[in-house]
Design a protein around this ligand. Structure first.
Ligand code: 8DG
Ligand code: MG
Ligand code: MG
Length: 143
């Protein structure tokens, strides 16, 4: 930023699991507009993956999560997007602290809305970093 040479950033994104479903929101962004993506965002200076996951879920959906566990990391280069960017994306899973809590669209400028989707019938199109994982057979559920 600040007009300097661009650098990769770290994102933490969350497979929020509820039974056989995951929470997805349709993005409203120059990167991946109108594709279905996980809640998540930028890792802040000094923050743990777990704290970032909980903070982003709360900011974006109002949901309280627990049981956060690291799953995997992928390298995502968005050079063809209107705003070129590069993210090292840390994927974690987490669960609802209160399974009756309902997601709210707290950042309507960034998301068209949140919904639960059964893992066996995910919506299309998925945000491509997520699509890439699904295609390789990745499964976020505990075995
Ligand atoms: P913040 O200001 O709240 O920190 O950021 P944000 O507005 O919530 O950022 P974001 O775009 O939601 O997430 C940051 C980047 O993470 C995004 O531009 C690309 C990368 N990313 C992936 N996969 C996913 C995903 O499934 N969901 C989200 N939200 N971001 C993802 O690589
Ligand atoms: Mg955010
Ligand atoms: Mg976000």
């Amino acid at each position: 930023s600040g007009g300097r040479k661009p650098e990769p950033r770290v994102a933490v994104v969350v497979f929020l699991l509820n039974g056989k479903s995951v929470l997805l929101g349709k993005r409203r962004s120059s990167t991946g507009d109108s594709t279905f993506a996980l809640p998540g965002g930028h890792l802040e200076f000094g923050e743990s993956f777990e704290a970032c996951a909980a903070r982003e879920c709360k900011e974006e959906t109002g949901l309280d999560v627990n049981g956060t566990e690291y799953l995997t990391v992928t390298n995502n280069v968005f050079l063809e997007e209107p705003k070129p960017s590069h993210y090292v994306t840390v994927f974690v899973r987490a669960f609802l602290t209160d399974p009756t809590q309902v997601p709210q669209n707290l950042e309507p400028d960034k998301c068209y809305g949140w919904d639960w989707f059964n893992w066996d019938s995910l919506p299309q199109p998925l945000f491509w970093p997520l699509e890439k994982m699904v295609k390789t057979g990745f499964n976020p559920f505990p075995t």
